[in-house]
Design a binder for this molecule. Structure first.
Ligand SMILES: Nc1nc2c(c(=O)[nH]1)N[C@H]1C(S)=C(S)[C@@H](COP(=O)(O)OP(=O)(O)OC[C@H]3O[C@@H](n4cnc5c(=O)[nH]c(N)nc54)[C@H](O)[C@@H]3O)O[C@H]1N2
Ligand SMILES: Nc1nc2c(c(=O)[nH]1)N[C@H]1C(S)=C(S)[C@@H](COP(=O)(O)OP(=O)(O)OC[C@H]3O[C@@H](n4cnc5c(=O)[nH]c(N)nc54)[C@H](O)[C@@H]3O)O[C@H]1N2
Ligand SMILES: [Mo]
Length: 763
C-alpha cells in the first residue's frame, strides 16, 4: 500500500483573511486543480483520470449535476472543483483494518470531518458490535446476515430507514428502492429532502413536473438569465462557461445574491486560451438582496411588469399563453397589482431604481431563464418563493419555448436521476403500480419518512435501523446535537461508503461500514464483465458512466452488488425479484427500468446513444401541464420576508470553495479571501461595530428558537464582509448545530439552512 505523511488536522489559529477575489477560475484554478490531483493520485493516475471526466466513453464527474454540452466536447469538460471531487475519490490513500485497530471510536470522535475524509478510501467491510471500542473486519456474507437478521427482527418494516445521497447511479437507485419496497416500507429519505425539495414541490404544483424545463442549448438562445440564490463559481463552475457563451450571444445576466460571489461578478474561462488571461464581468445587474427577500423581489417585479403592460398594451403579457394554457391569472393579477413597492424595497434592501431596471430587462426579453439553488430552496417560504419566480415566467409565456424556462440547478451529480428511479418517500401511485406489476410484489402505499421526519422517528424510538446508501447523514442533517443523539439510539447503523466520515463514528449499538466502488472505479462482475452505470443530469439528459481505475482494494463491491446480495440474504432464494440476474449483468436492470420508469422505454439502447437521451418533460416538449387543473397554475402567496430582531443577525450556512458538502478538501475559500481555516462568520462591518465587536474577534454563535431553546457553536472569527445589514454567513456543516430540527420550509419540510436567527457572544 502507499504511504503518505499523516494529515494534520485543521488548526483554526492559522486562519488568515485577505480581500475577496474579483475573478473566478483562470490560471490559478487550473494550477490548484492539478496540484490537488497530483497530491492525491500521482502524475500518471491524474493524467489517466482527468482526461476521462465527462467524456463520451469516460465517467460522469462525481461533482455537480451541470450537463455536458452535446455535440462537440472539449477535452477538459471539468473544472477545478470537479477535479478536486475526482482526486478525492481516486486518491491512493487508504483506510484499512490497521487504521481501525489503531484508532478507537473515541479517538475518531475528536477528529474533524476534514481529517476523517482525508484518511483515504475505505478498503474492508468493518463492524462495531455492542461494547466494542474499535471497528474490526467482517466478511461480506456475515455483514449481510447481520443486516438481514436485524431487519427481519423488527416489529414493522417502518422501523427501518433507508437514506440515499445523490451520488448513487440509476441502476443502484432503482434496485435499492425495489429492495426497500419489497421489504415493506417507503422510508426512503434522501439528500434531496434537504436540497431541492422546495423546487420539486413548487414546480409540480405550478407546471406539473418537478424538474427544470431548459436544456443546455437554451442558454445560448436566452435574452435574460436570472441566477438567484446560487454560487456557480464554486458549486457549478462549468455553468460559468455557459453563462459566458450566453453573454457573447447578447444575453443579459442578473445575479440575485446577498454576497458578491466571485464567479458571478468576474470570470476567466480556464477552458479557452483567451480565458486564461482576460476575464469578463458575468453579471450585468447585481441585486445584493437581503436573505429571504426573493419572494418580495419576484412579486415586486410582477407588479412592475403589469405596469409596463399598461404603458404599452400587448407588449409584456403573453395573453395567448395566459388565456389558453394557464389557470388563476386574474387572481394573480389582482394580488400582484396590490403589492406595495415600499414593502418590497424594505424586504429586499434594493432600490427602486434596481427594481425598475430589472423589470425593464425582463419586459424587453424575448426569452428568459430563471436559475436558482439553495439560496431560494432552504428558506421557510422557499416553495412560495419559487412559485412566485415561476409566475413571472408564466406571465410572459416563458415556458416551453427556445431560450426560456425554469432551471433549478441540482446539486449531487445524480440526485435528479435517483428521484426518477423511485427514491422518494412518496412516489406516485402509477410508479408503484408499475413496480408491483413488473415484479409481483406489493409495494406499501403509506408515505414514508423524509430526512427531517427520519431524525424525529429515531429520536422518538419509532425507527431503530438506519441504512445509508452513500452520504454523511449525521453531518448533513440539521440540529447536529439532536441528530447525533437520534442516531445513537439506533440498534443498527449501516453505511455504504467510499470514505470515512462522521456518520461512521456517531453510531448505533451495532454499526457496519460497507466499502463501495465510486464513479471512477472499474466495476468488474465476477465473470469479468465491465459494468457501466447511468445517470441523469440537471437537464434530464441520461447517459452512461464507465469507471476505469483500479479499485482501492479487492474487497470493494459495487453498490449494485451490495443491494443484490443483501436482498438475496434478506428475502431468500425464491423471491420474485431476480436479484442474481440483476447482479450478473446491469443490462437486465436497465430492461426492468424500461418497463417501470416513465419515459425510459428502450433504455438500454437509448442510453448508449453518443449523447445519451433526454427524458420527457411535457411543459418543455409540448407546453402540456399535467397539474390539477390541466394548465399551468399561477400561485397566490401572501408576501413573507425576514425581519431581523434587535441585536440579532440572520445567518445563512453555505459552502466554501474547498468542500463538497460535508467532504472538506482543504481549508481555503480562495474567492472569499479566507485561508487556513473554516470557523469564520462573515458580517457587515457596520453590524460588527453596532453590535459592539471588532473585526477578528472570537465569538460564539448562539441560535435562538421560538420555543426558547438555544443552540451554540464556539470560537468563530468575525470577518467584515460585503453582505446586507443584519445578515451573516458561515460554513456548513460546522454551523449545522445551530439549525433547529423544526425550522423547516413550509410544504417541502426542507431544513431552513439559509435563515437562522443568531446572536453573537463574546468569548
Ligand atoms: N464544489 C462544490 N460543488 C457543489 C457542492 C459543493 O459542496 N462543492 N454541492 C453540490 C450540492 S449538493 C448543491 S445542492 C449545490 C449547491 O449550490 P449553491 O446553492 O450555490 O450552494 P451554497 O453554498 O449553499 O450557496 C447558496 C448561495 O445562495 C446565496 N443565498 C443564500 N441565501 C439567499 C437568499 O435568501 N436569497 C438569495 N437570492 N441568495 C441567497 C448565498 O449567498 C450563496 O451564494 O452545489 C453542488 N455542487
Ligand atoms: N446547514 C446546511 N446543511 C445542509 C446544506 C446546507 O447548505 N446547509 N445542504 C444540504 C444539501 S443541498 C445536501 S445535498 C446535503 C448533502 O448530504 P449528503 O449527500 O448526505 O452528504 P455528502 O457530504 O455529499 O456525503 C459525503 C459522503 O458520501 C460518501 N460517498 C461519496 N461518493 C460515494 C459513492 O459513489 N457511493 C457511496 N455509496 N458513497 C459515496 C462518502 O463516504 C462521503 O463521506 O446536505 C444538506 N445539509
Ligand atoms: Mo444538494
Amino acid at each position: 500500500m502507499h504511504h503518505h505523511a499523516p494529515i494534520r488536522d485543521a488548526d483554526e489559529s492559522d486562519l488568515s483573511t485577505s480581500a475577496a477575489k474579483t475573478q473566478a477560475a483562470g490560471v490559478t484554478a487550473v494550477a490548484v486543480a492539478l496540484n490537488h490531483a497530483v497530491a492525491e493520485m500521482g502524475v500518471l493516475r491524474t493524467a489517466r483520470t482527468l482526461t476521462r471526466v465527462n467524456q463520451r466513453h469516460g465517467f460522469d464527474c462525481p461533482g455537480c449535476a451541470w450537463p455536458e454540452p452535446t455535440g462537440h466536447r472539449r477535452l477538459a469538460e471539468f473544472c477545478e472543483n470537479g477535479a478536486k471531487a475526482v482526486a478525492d475519490e481516486a486518491t491512493l490513500r487508504t483506510v484499512g483494518p490497521e487504521f481501525f485497530a489503531e484508532h478507537s471510536i473515541s479517538d475518531l470522535e475528536d477528529k474533524s470531518g476534514y481529517w476523517l475524509g482525508q484518511q483515504g478510501r475505505l478498503t474492508h467491510p468493518m463492524v462495531l458490535r455492542p461494547g466494542d471500542t474499535h471497528y474490526s473486519p467482517i466478511d461480506w456474507p456475515a455483514a449481510y446476515a447481520l443486516v438481514a437478521s436485524t431487519l427481519r427482527g423488527l416489529d414493522s418494516p417502518d422501523e427501518a430507514l433507508f437514506y440515499t445521497s445523490g451520488r448513487t447511479a440509476n441502476e443502484t437507485a432503482f434496485l435499492y428502492q425495489l429492495l426497500v419496497r419489497s421489504f415493506g416500507t417507503n422510508n426512503l429519505p434522501d439528500c434531496s429532502n434537504m436540497c431541492h425539495e422546495s423546487s420539486g414541490t413548487a414546480l409540480t404544483g405550478s407546471i406539473g413536473i418537478g424538474k427544470g424545463s431548459v436544456t443546455i442549448e437554451d442558454f445560448e438562445l436566452a435574452d435574460v438569465i436570472v441566477v438567484a440564490g446560487q454560487n456557480p463559481g464554486t458549486n457549478h463552475p462549468r455553468m460559468l462557461s455557459a453563462l459566458q457563451k450566453a453573454k457573447a450571444s447578447g444575453a443579459k445576466i442578473i445575479a440575485v445574491n446577498p454576497l458578491p460571489e466571485t464567479g458571478l461578478l468576474g470570470f476567466r474561462d480556464p477552458q479557452t486560451i483567451t480565458g486564461l488571461t482576460t476575464g469578463v464581468q458575468i453579471a450585468d445587474e447585481f441585486l445584493q438582496i437581503r436573505l429571504g427577500g426573493d419572494m418580495a423581489l419576484f412579486q415586486g417585479l410582477g407588479k412592475l411588469l403589469f405596469e409596463a403592460e399598461d404603458r404599452a398594451p400587448g407588449t409584456v403579457i403573453d395573453r395567448e399563453f395566459t388565456t389558453t394554457l394557464t389557470s388563476g391569472f386574474d387572481d394573480y393579477e389582482r394580488h400582484t397589482r396590490a403589492v406595495d413597492l415600499d414593502v418590497v424595497q424594505e424586504a429586499t434592501g434594493l432600490t427602486r431604481d434596481q427594481l425598475e431596471r430589472t423589470a425593464a430587462l425582463l419586459a424587453g426579453s424575448k426569452a428568459t431563464i430563471l436559475c436558482w439553488a439553495m439560496g431560494l430552496t432552504q428558506q421557510r417560504h422557499g416553495v412560495a418563493t419559487i412559485e412566485e419566480g415561476t409566475n413571472l415566467l408564466l406571465l410572459r409565456g416563458m415556458i416551453g419555448k427556445p431560450g426560456a424556462g425554469v432551471c433549478p440547478v441540482r446539486g449531487h451529480s445524480n440526485v435528479q436521476g435517483d428521484r426518477t428511479m423511485g427514491i422518494w418517500e412518496k412516489m406516485p401511485e402509477n410508479f408503484l403500480a408499475a413496480l408491483d406489476s413488473e415484479f409481483g410484489i406489493t409495494s406499501p402505499r403509506q408515505h414514508g419518512y423524509d430526512a427531517v421526519d427520519a431524525v424525529r422517528a429515531m429520536r422518538d424510538g419509532r425507527a431503530t435501523v438506519f441504512f445509508g446508501m452513500g452520504g454523511n447523514f449525521v453531518s448533513a442533517a440539521p440540529d447536529t446535537g439532536t441528530t447525533e443523539a437520534a442516531l445513537r439510539r439506533c440498534a443498527l447503523t449501516v453505511h455504504v461508503s467510499t470514505k470515512l466520515n462522521r456518520s461512521h463514528v456517531v453510531h448505533g449499538a451495532t454499526a457496519l461500514i460497507l466499502p463501495t466502488l465510486g464513479r471512477t472505479d472499474l466495476d468488474l462482475s465476477p465473470t469479468g464483465r465491465k459494468n457501466q452505470v447511468s445517470v441523469e443530469d440537471s437537464m434530464s439528459m441520461v447517459h452512461l458512466s464507465t469507471g476505469r481505475l483500479r479499485p482501492a482494494s479487492e474487497h470493494l463491491r459495487s453498490e449494485v452488488a451490495i443491494v443484490c446480495e443483501l436482498a438475496q440474504e434478506l428475502f431468500g432464494q425464491d423471491h420474485p425479484v431476480p436479484w442474481a440476474r440483476f447482479r450478473s449483468n446491469y443490462d437486465f436492470i436497465r430492461d426492468a427500468i424500461a418497463q417501470v420508469v416513465p419515459g425510459c422505454t428502450d433504455y438500454n439502447r437509448r442510453v448508449r446513444h453518443r449523447d445519451g437521451f433526454q427524458l420527457p418533460h411535457p411543459p418543455r416538449d409540448h407546453r402540456e401541464f399535467h397539474t390539477t387543473t390541466g394548465k399551468a397554475n399561477f400561485a397566490i402567496n401572501n408576501l413573507r420576508w425576514l425581519q431581523v430582531p434587535e441585536g440579532r443577525l440572520i445567518l445563512q450556512t453555505l459552502r466554501s470553495h474547498d468542500q463538497y458538502n460535508t467532504t472538506i478538501y482543504g481549508l481555503d475559500d480562495r474567492y472569499r479571501g479566507i485561508h487556513h481555516g473554516r470557523k469564520v462568520v462573515l458580517v457587515h462591518p457596520d453590524d460588527i461595530a453596532a453590535l459592539g465587536f471588532h473585526p477578528d474577534d472570537l465569538v460564539d454563535l448562539v441560535s435562538e428558537w421560538t420555543d426558547g431553546t438555544e443552540r451554540r457553536v464556539t470560537d468563530f472569527r468575525l470577518v467584515p464582509y460585503s453582505t446586507p445589514r443584519g445578515n451573516a454567513a458561515a460554513y456548513y456543516p460546522e454551523t449545522n448545530p445551530l439549525v433547529p430540527l423544526d425550522h423547516v420550509a413550509e410544504r417541502s419540510n426542507t431544513p431552513v439552512s439559509k435563515a437562522v436567527t443568531i446572536r453573537l457572544e463574546r468569548k
